[in-house]
Write a protein that binds this ligand. Structure first.
Ligand code: 6PG
Length: 250
């Protein structure tokens, strides 16, 4: 894991830096492999990044968009991560519909939705030749409680680990749980396969979680973002409010 931590002066420069990093990695993937795959973070922090991406001209037909997690609501619900990204970016540029891979939340049972999405992810990456799909870019945020994606503290979703003897059988998509509300989420093993994971974190309310996430020793079941140790590059992009007191061990 190649971990980079950058503290940017304010939310605006945080978004600009996030934009430059995302563009760099999408372009590199397209140049090297003919296409790019990205999984989006939900919540509020990344919305201005998605709005900024909508102002750029990229070969959208070569970019495939997934979501690292989704609330279990319809796509037109105000809490939908799919809906937020479509409004901010995806529906404002010429993405072929086949390039957008939202997590469907129409099944009555969230477990069925997770299974359906796992089939979609495995099918899309079936020719990549890896036991576990390798995304080019995965965007993440963290909650004040140290969760990431929909991997919430002390929940079953955290129990999904890499199957070392049969990695191809590792679960990729599982059901998360936020205060009893179901969510669908990438598992930590899937996220950790990515070529590049970028955390985008803003606001003083994230300081406490960051101190536990970056501590040399702490409890990953309480601060699940500690589980994210990708085999590729890891970027932590923080605004000064979030990162001003952070001590990052070597
Ligand atoms: C979600 C996200 C979640 C988010 C954090 C931070 O579905 O809410 O995937 O993991 O990244 O909760 O959210 P904010 O950016 O709103 O602080």
């Amino acid at each position: 894991m190649d971990r980079n931590v950058e503290v940017l002066p304010n939310p605006e420069t945080l978004i600009q830096r996030s934009l430059s990093l995302v563009l760099e990695h999408l372009t590199e993937a397209i140049d090297q492999r003919g296409q790019a795959t990205i999984a989006l973070a939900g919540g509020s922090t990344p919305k201005p990044l998605y709005e900024a991406l909508a102002t750029h001209s990229l070969p959208w037909e070569k970019i495939h968009v997934f979501w690292g997690d989704e609330r279990y609501v319809p796509a037109d619900h105000p809490d939908s991560n799919q809906g937020m990204a479509r409004l901010a970016w995806l529906d404002r540029v010429e993405f072929p519909a086949a390039n957008l891979h939202p997590i469907l939340t129409t099944a009555s049972d969230p477990e069925e939705a997770a299974r359906q999405h796992e089939v979609e992810v495995r099918t899309f990456f079936q020719n990549q030749g890896n036991a576990i799909p390798v995304f080019d870019v995965i965007l993440l945020g963290i909650g004040d409680d140290g969760h990431t994606a929909s991997l919430f503290p002390k929940t079953q979703a955290l129990q999904v680990e890499l199957n070392a003897t049969a990695p191809q059988e590792t679960r990729l998509i599982t059901v998360g749980n936020k205060d009893g509300q179901p969510r669908i989420t990438f598992t930590a093993p899937l996220i950790n396969q990515a070529r590049c994971v970028i955390f985008i974190v803003a606001g003083a309310s994230k300081q406490s979680a960051l101190s536990h996430i970056f501590a040399p020793v702490d409890d990953a079941t309480v601060y699940p973002a500690r589980l994210i140790q990708p085999q590729g590059k890891l970027w932590w992009l923080l605004d000064s409010s979030a990162g001003q007191n952070l001590v990052t061990s070597a």
